[in-house]
Ligand binder design. Structure first.
Ligand code: ADP
Length: 309
């Protein structure tokens, strides 16, 4: 029995945000705005995005036994995520210290904290979650060994693997071939292809997708911001899916909303192109409101389907 449409394995962070007139130089102190604390981390963002849309979603992650950890657990539960797989303790909750200047530019220091202590043993102990999931979605804010173990465990359990290699890092051996799809934005595509300057330097997402497919994934989705996304599969087909036109106010978390929605729709039985046609509507809705998790839409808030052929 599949109890979950989607299991997200990944990070959960508290984002600590302060507005500043300008960044401090070394040895300098500046005054900033009141502190704002937001739930974040790519794993936690994806699970909230999916659950808010109605997906039966579980999260496998690690937080600290502290106030930030409790805040993150509360945010997951409020969105409807099953948090039985969220482990507590071992290190402080991961945090991102973010300063935002008047032009909107961010400077960020991440302390991975408990995210760095999510281990392959934790994956092994969570076997029942993998067995209950149709789709498992991962990113790269947890240790690479843990990602590799989770991808292997997913494949053994017969779950479909969705991987967003973000922040960009080399993929562990054996991982690319099990991704269906690998979900990348332009920056991540160019990073993964950096050992192939001709492919990385190519200007078309079709060329990146073809070069990435040659590394083994069964399918590739390239997200293209306001342009939507490209879907490419190992049989050589590729199709562009346009995003609904919206007035973007803050693109933070758009990729996480897109990928969480995509994982859900694949778990619900959609084919990849249909799932991407849904996910672009979720990504578009997320950019119309400020913040990450706070901007993620419920199903009834989505823009109408767009660009159907
Ligand atoms: P990331 O946030 O990982 O850089 P993208 O910027 O490509 O990823 O955004 C992910 C998805 O969010 C896009 O595929 C698209 O569906 C949606 N999106 C992002 N920016 C916009 C925008 N300005 N207008 C409409 N949709 C957007």
């Amino acid at each position: 029995m599949h109890g979950y449409d989607l299991l997200v394995v990944g990070s959960a962070n508290a984002d600590l945000v302060i507005g500043v007139d300008r960044r401090p130089a070394a040895g300098e102190t500046v005054l900033g705005s009141d502190l704002a604390v937001h739930p974040g981390g790519k794993g936690g963002n994806q699970s909230v995005a999916a659950a808010r849309l109605g997906a039966r979603t579980a999260l496998l992650a690690r937080v600290g036994d502290d106030a930030h950890g409790r805040l993150l657990l509360d945010a997951q539960r409020a969105a409807g995520v099953d948090t039985a797989g969220v482990l507590v303790g071992g290190a402080p909750t991961g945090v991102a210290l973010i300063t935002v200047d008047p032009s909107g530019d961010n400077s960020i220091v991440v302390s991975p904290g408990a995210n760095a202590r999510l281990t392959p043993d934790d994956v092994r102990d969570a076997g029942a979650l993998f067995a209950a999931a149709r789709v498992v979605s991962l990113q790269l804010e947890i240790p690479p060994d843990t990602v590799a173990a989770a991808v292997r465990t997913s494949a053994e359990a017969g779950a479909r693997v969705v991987l967003n290699p973000s922040p960009p890092a080399p993929l562990p051996d054996g991982v690319p071939a099990l991704c269906d799809p690998l979900v990348v934005n332009e920056h991540e595509a160019r990073f993964l292809l950096s050992d192939d300057p001709a492919a990385a330097g190519s200007s078309t997402p079709e060329a990146w997708a073809a070069a990435l497919l040659a590394r083994g994934p069964r399918s590739v989705v390239v997200t293209l911001g306001a342009e939507g996304a490209l879907v490419a599969t190992a049989d050589g087909s590729s199709v562009r899916v346009p995003s609904p036109p919206v007035r973007a106010v803050d693109t933070t978390g758009a990729g996480d909303a897109f990928t969480g929605a995509l994982g859900w729709r694949l778990g619900a039985g959609d084919d990849l192109e249909t799932a991407v046609r849904f996910a672009v509507r979720v990504g578009a809705a997320a950019v119309t409101r400020p913040g990450a998790q706070a901007s993620f839409p419920a199903a009834e808030e989505l823009p109408e389907p767009w660009g159907e052929v």
